[in-house]
Each structure stands twice: as C-alpha cells, then as structure tokens.
Design a binder for this molecule. Structure first.
Ligand SMILES: C[S@@+](CC[C@H](N)C(=O)[O-])C[C@H]1O[C@@H](n2cnc3c(N)ncnc32)[C@H](O)[C@@H]1O
Length: 251
C-alpha cells in the first residue's frame, strides 16, 4: 500500500501546486476526517479541489473524527490520546482496503505546520498491522498566505521568527520573542498585549476564501476592528480561521 499525504493549500483551489495535482491523480481512495457540520464550508473547499484537479475515478471515505477533550488538565497527554484514537480509526479503514491501493490524505495548508497527519500515519505504521510506505507533498501554508496578502517579509533582515499558538503566545513574549506568527488561536490571545504601545499586528482571516479579511496597524488601535471582523465571520460561517504576525515596534 502507498499513502500520499498531500498539502492542498489553505483555502483556494488555485493554491494546489502542480506536484500536488500529480499526486492527487495517483490516488484511488481518499480518506477524509469528518469533523461534523461546523466545518462544512471547509469540506466543500476540499470537494472543489478534487473536482477541479482530479481527472480519473476515485473514492472518498470519510472517517469520523474522534471526540477531543478541549479543556484537558494535561494538554500533551490529551493530544496523544486523540492522535491514538485517530490512528486506530484510520487503521480500521485501511485494513479494509486492497493491499495494492494508493491512498491519499488531503492536508490543509502544509503538512509540516501544526498538523497531526504525519504523526498519526507514523503511529498507524507503528501498530505493525499494515504494510505501507508514505510520502509528503508540501502545500502553501496559511503563514505564506498571510505574508503574501499583506506583502510582508516575515523576518527582519537576518532576524529570527517564532511561529506559535495562541495558547503559547504569553510564554513566548515573556521569553523575549518580538517577531511572532500566531496560529491556532481560538480567542485573540494578542488582547493580552493591548495597552503596552509596543506591538504592531498584521492579521488575516479565512485567507484564500471569498471572505478573506485583512487588518493591519498598531495593535492598540486596530484590536477593536479585528474583534468586530472576527466575530462577524464567525457569526456568518460558524467558524473562523485566523493567523497573524505580531512585531514589536522597537526595531
Ligand atoms: C490545524 S492548523 C493547520 C495549519 C496548516 N497546516 C497550514 O499550513 O497553515 C489550523 C490553523 O491554521 C491557520 N489557518 C489555516 N487556514 C487558514 C486560513 N485560510 N486563513 C487564516 N488562517 C488559517 C489558523 O491559525 C488555524 O487555526
């Protein structure tokens, strides 16, 4: 069995690379995590990508995503449990396929950035019940989308950049990070930095989709607008995905 993990970009069917299209066209069975109604629009984007880029026949098997504890005491252990449950769910489906089939996983953005698919597939391999090899095709990440939409170079000349989550942001700022991309932020963790007069923000939501929204400026001045735009997107779709660059103004 051959498994392709294919980065499909972060929201627009045009952002699927030529390499990804070639891989998509080798796949006979796509396994898609079914995350329920809330992300129906995202499922539609995936369907559109397949419709637009795949010429031959293929099957799509949707695999119900296991429940995840969103408020765990031990975050690391909860994520490991969830990866395990996901790996078992994929293993079950893969065991039901022919041994010579080519299987594809569509991975949002780039598989190397805040995505569990590589880890989960490694876990399936470690179970030892299936014989397969897998490869990874990179995709255009939301970070690349954010930078392009704002016409930004993410690093200062020769400088570092920290890519982090909303949860980890306070610790990263305490540790001295001053050029930071924030992802996976359910509630604008940057609000904690408002009032210091120190930060600028380049914010982007639902990048690549028809409802893409961008806001940029001094954090203290634009946070209200970001909150409004974010809430409106959430009310409209039931979900919002945002990524932002925070840069300290002390250059
Ligand atoms: C599970 S991570 C997946 C990241 C993905 N692998 C990538 O390369 O961008 C989900 C986070 O990515 C960011 N994200 C993904 N798609 C986005 C989009 N279209 N617009 C803005 N942010 C997005 C958000 O920060 C979201 O919380």
């Amino acid at each position: 069995m051959r498994i392709h993990l294919i980065g499909i970009g972060s929201g627009h069917p045009d952002h699927v690379t030529a390499q990804a299209v070639a891989r998509l066209n080798e796949v006979e069975v796509f396994l898609v995590a079914d995350k329920g109604e809330a992300v129906g629009d995202l499922a539609q984007i995936r369907t559109e990508i397949l419709r637009r880029h795949v010429r031959g026949e293929y099957r799509v098997i949707s695999v119900p995503d296991p429940e995840r504890d969103r408020t765990p005491r031990d975050y690391g252990a909860a994520v490991a449990d969830w990866h395990d449950a996901r790996a078992r769910a994929y293993e079950k489906v893969l065991l039901g396929l022919d041994a010579d089939e080519t299987v594809g996983f569509l991975v949002w953005g780039d598989p190397a950035l805040y995505d569990s698919t590589i880890r989960v597939i490694e876990r399936v391999r470690d179970f030892g019940t299936l014989d397969f090899d897998f490869d990874v095709t990179p995709g255009i990440s939301s970070v690349a989308m954010l930078a392009a939409a704002h016409r930004l170079v993410l690093n200062r000349v020769g400088g570092p950049i920290v890519i982090t989550t909303g949860r980890a942001l306070p610790g990263d700022v305490l540790a001295g990070a001053d050029n930071i991309v924030v992802m996976l932020d359910g509630g604008l963790a940057c609000r904690e930095l408002v009032g210091t007069g120190r930060w600028g923000i380049h914010w982007g939501a639902n990048l690549g989709t028809d409802d893409e929204q961008l806001v940029a400026g001094p954090l203290d001045e634009v946070i209200g607008e970001i909150e409004r735009v974010r809430a409106a997107l959430k009310a409209q779709h039931g979900w919002v995905m945002d990524t932002y660059l925070l840069r300290s103004s002390a250059e």
